[in-house]
Design a protein. Structure first.
Length: 577
């Protein structure tokens, strides 16, 4: 590998004139204004650059100064750097470095790193970037404000806690150091920063991510405190810290998520951003007052778990082929339905990942954004500030989108805008809370969409659930009882033998490890189109589908039982309505 010392830092030729004279020549400044600025700079002992003085005096803007400097140095001047930066490249420089020096890595092409800087004349800074990254560096000029705005978009805006090295430092004897009941707010803040409390909270987060948990529950009871993780959809007790640490633990979590530690009478919501194993993980925090103190629930949003190839999430080969045809439509509405926690977001992210992000303008409106996808513009709604799904969608339609993803169709206004977008040539993906795919049709009609518009715009509905997979380390065959046989035969999947997990250390004795999706896919044929247009009832739609050999969630689940991937109990549990 070529060392940074062997590489040249790209910078155009030095300016032929001083900055002040260039500004006057451009007509941005008069001779009198330049003289005043030079005098003020001299009085200040040259502690400020001339450009900074001119901006302070109000004669010029940052953009005007940098535009002239960029032209003089022969480098580009860029605005709205958020649009240019590759999210995967932004993190090539340490967070503290980019924030201190106001620089933004934009993109990396053939070992050449392009960086936006607010001080293009600072050669030492540019050489330091090359030394840290090991890449040849070429620069573009951008204002510090513009760079700061981009950094806020690409790097977690709130406090970021690095917890990689916590696990090996844990000493459970430390957890019992705090032996007194903490009641004063000043004491709470002090104790929340003590090493045992910090270690315990970090251990809880670290361990939850390592175990693949989706949620953490910190639950006080009378003289007892327990911490439970939701893993593969089920809650498991992880540990029982000393009960007297409850107040300090809650305060520590509130401090991390910028919540009010003095307020314990009403619910609060906040966010924590952590770094673990070099990747950012978002935590959504919710506190709820209770009889024995505040209960804290933490949702773990790990982008590593929300980005999977479509062929890895559980589709049969036939259904995957049909689903590919649905999502490749040039326009229309494609819905993914199911209850909370059924994997809808993962499916939609998998769809967007395979889209051509170079030739298509793809935008999303989500609540919240669960994974960053390069080349896609993602917006997060904020109900408190009035940035709702409907408002975001109206604005998005003016952004010339090809493909849109809407986190959820929640109300009639959102449903109307989604339908209008599909009618005007856009392909729109969204989610809906219904028990099965056919119910999505009537749900749209109940939201106020005319039946003929539903028929004209709906391209497909995918209903899904998640079932636990049998642990591969303790998987074994067993003879099914008559109930399991009857269930399988009813679903049209006869089987002689079934599999289950007997339980081992790797699966915590549950017999399951990981989850897989079961699906049903509704596509619109000519007969169904006529039924929907005429306002057919849900029962009529289901009767038509049954006549065409339509496979529901349970049938797909039993196919996976036959393949030895899951159990009949799992399938029955998630498909019983």
């Amino acid at each position: 590998m070529i060392s940074p010392n062997d590489k040249m830092t790209h910078l155009g030729s030095l300016p032929q004139l001083p900055l002040g004279e260039m500004l006057v020549a451009r007509g941005y400044l008069t001779d009198d204004q330049l003289s005043e600025a030079l005098d003020k700079q001299s009085d200040a002992g040259h502690s400020k650059l001339l450009g900074e003085v001119l901006v302070d005096l109000g004669y010029l803007s940052d953009e005007q100064v940098l535009e002239v400097l960029a032209d003089a140095y022969g480098i580009p001047f860029v605005t709205n750097t958020t649009r240019f930066a590759d999210p995967k490249v932004v993190e090539v420089l340490p967070r503290d470095f980019v924030e201190e020096h106001r620089v933004l890595p934009l993109f990396l092409v053939r070992e050449v790193l392009t960086v936006a800087v607010a001080e293009p004349a600072n050669l030492f800074l540019i050489e330091e970037i090359s030394r840290i990254t090991g890449y040849e560096v070429q620069i573009a000029a951008a204002t510090a404000e513009d760079i700061g705005s981009a950094l806020a978009s690409y790097l977690p805006a709130a406090n970021v806690f690095v917890i990689d090295d916590i696990y090996e430092d844990i000493d459970e004897e430390d957890f019992s150091v705090i032996e007194r009941q903490v009641t004063e707010i000043s004491d709470l803040e002090e104790v929340a920063g003590h090493s045992p409390v910090v270690k315990l909270v970090n251990f809880i987060i670290f361990s939850a991510v390592q175990d693949g948990a989706s949620d953490i529950h910190i639950e006080p009871d009378d003289h007892q405190l327990r911490v439970r993780y939701r893993i593969d959809g089920k809650l498991f007790q992880k540990l029982c810290p000393p009960h007297k640490m409850h107040a300090a633990i809650c305060s520590r979590i509130k401090i991390m998520s910028n919540l009010d530690i003095s307020e314990r009478r009403i619910p609060q919501d906040g966010d924590i951003h952590v770094m673990l194993e070099g990747r950012p993980i978002d935590l959504r925090v919710s506190s709820m007052p209770g009889k024995f103190g505040e209960k804290v629930a933490i949702r773990i949003i790990d982008s590593q778990n929300t980005r999977m190839p479509l062929d890895k999430i559980g589709f049969s080969s036939t259904m995957l082929s049909t689903w590919q045809q649905v999502i490749e439509q040039p326009n229309g509405v494609v819905l993914v339905t199911g209850p909370t926690g059924s994997g809808k977001s993962t499916t939609l992210y998998s769809v967007l990942e395979q889209m051509d992000r170079d030739e298509l303008n793809i935008s999303t409106v989500e609540d919240p954004v669960e994974a960053n996808i390069g080349g896609i513009h993602q917006s997060q709604v904020n109900e408190r500030s009035g940035f709702t799904f409907s408002l975001a969608l109206r604005a998005l339609l003016r952004q010339d989108p090809d493909i849109m993803m809407v986190g959820e169709v929640r109300d009639s206004e959102t449903a109307t805008i989604v339908t209008q977008a599909a009618l005007t040539g856009h392909l729109v993906f969204s989610t809906l809370h219904t028990n099965d795919a056919p119910s999505a049709v009537t749900r749209l009609i109940n939201l106020g969409i005319e039946p003929y518009l539903v028929a004209a715009t709906l391209r497909g509905v995918l209903a899904q659930r998640l079932v636990r997979k049998i642990c591969p380390h303790c998987r074994e065959m067993y003879e099914p009882d008559h109930v399991a046989r009857a269930t399988a035969e009813e679903a049209g999947v006869p089987m002689e033998a079934l599999y289950h997990g007997r339980g081992c250390a790797r699966c915590r004795g549950t017999g399951f490890a990981g989850r897989i999706g079961i699906f049903e896919l509704l596509t619109i044929d000519e007969k169904l189109l006529k039924l929907v247009s005429s306002g057919a009832t849900l029962q009529e739609i289901r009767q038509h589908l049954m006549a065409t050999g339509y496979k529901g969630l349970r049938e797909d689940g039993m196919q996976k039982v036959q393949a030895g991937l899951t159990t009949t109990e799992e399938v029955l549990y998630v498909t019983t309505m």
